[in-house]
Design a protein around this ligand. Sequence first.
Ligand SMILES: *Cc1c(COP(=O)(O)O)cnc(C)c1O
Length: 358
Amino acid sequence: MKIHNFSSGPSILPDYVLRKASEAVVNFNDSGLSLLEISHRTDSFIQILEEARELVIELLGLKNKGYKALFLQGGASLEFVRVAYNLMNNHKKAGYIDTGRWAANAMNEARFFGEVVTVASSKDKDYAFIPKNYSVPSNLDYLHLTSNNTIYGTQFQNFPKLDIPLVCDMSSDIFSRVLDFEKFDLIYACAQKNVGTSGVNLIVIKEELLNRTNTVLPNIMNYKMHIEKESMYNTPAVFSIYVSYLTLQWIKQQGGISAMEERSKARSELIYNEIDRNSMFYGTAAKEDRSLMNAVFFLHNQKLSDYFDSLCKEAGISGLKGHRTVGGYRASMYNALPLESVSILVEVMRKFQEIYND
Ligand SMILES: *Cc1c(COP(=O)(O)O)cnc(C)c1O
């Protein structure tokens, strides 16, 4: 049976990526060696790392704009720390928009390095919307946003143009929609949602930003050091980077970010139309802030959840459970998810309504 993978992360990857990655595990580039057992200093791997970094810059439309891409380890959660450690060094103060648990985690980590100003928050409404009319003080080292709130299914539709650096956690929506990426001074994302598999995180930095960076940082925490060493300061996550490289290649082959955006729009329209139409379900995210990547929805009658779950299972739907702190359902529709999978889910929702609506 075909499985429809709605997992929130690690999540679905294109068949092309799975096939090429598995070949490389057995015999990498016809070398007779596995990718898992070669040095990261092998020419063929260095070339992959370089190409992956270039592909990132190219896909984001940042070629010749002074940006560098890095593949480091520790997940997006380590970037919560590294961002503050590198950038909170003038005013010792940074602004954060609190739009969810990941944003709040980033704030908690930043407090080790200076003052965290909550510029806006949707916490008192269970993070069901994206704050809009906020003003950003100018005496901040940066403003930090979380572009897509994976757990609550909300997404920033507009980004402020600021005089201070703009930092964005794009873990769950990078490469899924066209944005003016030049607005951002630093973008980071864990790979396991739209870039590849876990074990590596992508960082895109405007190099100029680092000129004001504190020079007394531990090397492993220092973006400048990682740029200087071309993402090879320490042993990189060779296999995870290869999976990211293949995914980036796939995105390019498919027509780049604009093609990904078209697909995201088609998928999300289908599911949100059904959530709004179907009397058995309701969504919680404010309509104008709905995420193209993660659709969060609930049953009006919680007692019917076992029935709905079994219909999903029968149809091969996997990974639909909501985040453990929120409950309900979450359809994560990352780049590699075919529209067909969403159609199947919508069919199941309709069937469920036909059977159990009374
Ligand atoms: C998944 C996620 C994270 C956490 O990433 P880790 O790699 O587990 O540290 C951070 N931010 C957002 C928006 C996420 O979706």
